[in-house]
Ligand binder design. Structure first.
Ligand SMILES: [Zn+2]
Length: 230
C-alpha cells in the first residue's frame, strides 16, 4: 500500500470505528425509546378500555333497572287483565302491548350490552398480554443499552483521543478531500472489484487500478471520490 494511503487509512479506521460505535449506541437507545413508547401506548389503550368498561357497566345497571320496572308493570297489567280487575280493559290491553314492546327492546339492549362487555373483556385481556410482553421487551432493550453503554463510551473516548495524531499524520494535500468525504458521510476508502468501485459501482480507469495495486500512486474513485484500496 502506498505510504500516503496507509496514513489516510489509519485515520479512516478511527473515524469509521467511531461511526459504528455511535450508530450502535443510537440503535440501542432508539430501541429503548421505541419499547418505552409501545408500553405507554398499550397503557393508554388499557385506560381507554377501562373507561368504556365503566360506561358499559353503568348502562347495564340502568338497563337492568328499567327492565325490572317494565317486567313488573307487564306482570301487574297482565294480572289485571287475567283477573278482570282492570278499570278500563281496552286501555289495559293497549298498555300491555306497549309494555311488552319496551320489555323486548330492553332485553335486546341487555344482550347487546353483554356482548359489548364481553368484547371489552377480550380487548382488555389481549392488551394486558401485550403490556406484559412490551414490558419484557423494554427490560431487554434497557439491559442491552446498559450493557453496551459504558464499553461503547470508553472505546469512543479512546478512539477520539488517538484521532488528532492520526489526523495530523495525513499529508496536507489530502486533508480537505478527506474532510469533504466525511462531511458527505461517504467512506474515505473504497474497495474495487473487476475495475468497479464497490461503493458506488463506478468503473475505475485501469491505470488507476494498476498504480494503486503497485503502490505507485494514490487514486480516488471518479464516482464517490473514495481513495482506492489495492
Ligand atoms: Zn466509488
Amino acid at each position: 500500500m502506498h505510504p500516503d494511503l496507509v496514513l489516510i487509512s489509519n485515520l479512516w479506521q478511527i473515524d469509521h470505528q467511531c461511526d459504528l460505535l455511535r450508530a450502535e449506541h443510537e440503535a440501542l437507545a432508539n430501541a429503548v425509546r421505541a419499547a418505552d413508547a409501545a408500553v405507554k401506548g398499550v397503557e393508554a389503550q388499557l385506560s381507554a378500555i377501562a373507561v368504556q368498561r365503566d360506561d358499559a357497566t353503568q348502562r347495564t345497571r340502568k338497563n337492568d333497572r328499567e327492565l325490572a320496572d317494565y317486567v313488573d308493570k307487564r306482570d301487574r297489567t297482565g294480572k289485571m287483565i287475567d283477573t278482570g280487575t282492570a278499570p278500563d280493559y281496552a286501555a289495559a290491553v293497549k298498555q300491555l302491548a306497549q309494555v311488552l314492546e319496551i320489555v323486548d327492546r330492553l332485553e335486546t339492549g341487555a344482550l347487546e350490552l353483554m356482548e359489548a362487555v364481553e368484547a371489552l373483556e377480550e380487548a382488555r385481556a389481549s392488551a394486558q398480554r401485550e403490556l406484559e410482553s412490551g414490558k419484557r421487551a423494554l427490560v431487554v432493550a434497557r439491559t442491552a443499552l446498559a450493557t453496551r453503554d459504558r464499553p461503547v463510551r470508553a472505546e469512543l473516548t479512546e478512539l477520539l483521543e488517538s484521532r488528532p495524531d492520526a489526523a495530523d499524520d495525513v499529508p496536507a494535500e489530502y486533508q480537505s478531500a478527506y474532510a469533504y468525504q466525511r462531511q458527505r458521510k461517504r467512506p474515505a476508502l473504497v474497495n474495487t472489484h473487476e475495475q468497479m468501485c464497490q461503493t458506488c459501482q463506478t468503473r475505475i480507469p485501469g491505470q488507476r487500478i494498476v498504480e494503486t495495486t503497485l503502490a505507485r500512486a494514490v487514486h480516488t474513485c471518479p464516482g464517490c471520490a473514495g481513495w482506492l484500496l489495492p
